[in-house]
Design a protein around this ligand. Structure first.
Ligand code: SF4
Ligand code: SF4
Length: 90
């Protein structure tokens, strides 16, 4: 099963007023490795024309990006209330 198919099994209740993960784009602009783009299983981090694009809305709350970014760019918080990803199958 492809990752896109697995992700399509998830439900999300997106909190549009609060991004539980933020990145410091000033740090990302000079990043030498872009590890986050390889590490995130939900592909929340992508490069568009060489610039980092981050979208918290598809996050599966695994915490990998905090560890993968060794440059101190990622700030991670728990989602608020009943927001975030909902796992339907285990
Ligand atoms: S989040 Fe971290 S690893 Fe990803 S581009 Fe920014 S500095 Fe680099
Ligand atoms: S917590 Fe996991 S799914 Fe969410 S952005 Fe970070 S690596 Fe991606």
């Amino acid at each position: 099963m492809k990752i896109e198919d697995r992700l399509s099994l998830l439900n999300y209740k997106t909190d549009k007023s609060f991004a539980h993960i933020t990145v410091d784009h000033n740090i990302c602009e000079t990043c030498p490795d872009n590890f986050c783009t390889y590490a995130c299983p939900a592909r929340c981090y992508t490069l568009i024309e060489g610039k980092l694009n981050f979208k918290y809305e598809d996050c599966v709350e695994c915490g990998t990006c905090v560890v993968a970014c060794s440059h101190g760019s990622v700030s991670w918080n728990n989602v608020k209330g009943a927001h975030g990803v909902k796992y339907k199958y285990g």
